[in-house]
Write a protein that binds this ligand. Structure first.
Ligand code: 4NP
Length: 162
């Protein structure tokens, strides 16, 4: 069982969508029992909320049901998960800071932390851009990126398990 956590800032737009896209791909491949999937935000302002309605609507148009509730990343996540995938440079820096802190506390085994866009196959975007303050098209772009990156991630994780 591989444990995979997607992280963004608020856990109401990008990371719940990544979680939904990855779950959908796992289920299409009959692999859901081999993975534990979750998402979290580096900030806690939206804790307990469902994903942003604009993201839920864009996801629903692609047949994805986003059901997660926002939560804030915490130190235990660094030890509980095998892979943490971040959306942008700020998320990556925040998770790496927390990882340093957890490591300094004596943890022996920490998640591999890396940008999700590393797994994009159709291009080399620098980040999954924050769609929160933009228009509807931003949500479509995020979903396009996530579908590509999550497919690449799944292939890489399956290769590493082989
Ligand atoms: P997310 O988007 O990090 O993709 O969930 C955001 C959600 C909320 C805020 C910023 C980004 N906010 O400032 O409240």
């Amino acid at each position: 069982m591989k444990r995979v956590l997607f992280v963004c800032l608020g856990n109401i737009c990008r990371s719940p969508a990544a979680e939904g896209v990855f779950r959908h791909q796992l289920s299409a491949a009959g692999l859901e029992k081999r993975f534990l999937v979750d998402s979290a935000g580096t900030g806690g302002w939206h804790t307990g909320k469902r994903a942003d309605p604009r993201m839920r609507a864009a996801a629903a148009r692609r047949g994805l049901d986003l059901t997660s509730r926002a939560r804030q990343l915490d130190a235990a996540d660094l030890e509980h998960f095998d892979h943490i995938l971040t959306m942008d440079a700020a998320n990556l820096a925040a998770v790496q800071r927390l990882a340093q802190h957890v490591k300094a506390g004596g943890a022996s085994r920490l998640a591999v932390v890396e940008p999700l866009v590393r797994y994009c196959q159709r291009g080399t975007p620098g980040e999954v851009p924050d769609p929160y303050y933009g228009g509807e098209q931003g949500f479509e772009l995020v979903l396009d990126l996530l579908e590509d990156a999550c497919a690449g991630l799944l292939q890489a994780l399956l290769r590493s398990q082989a």
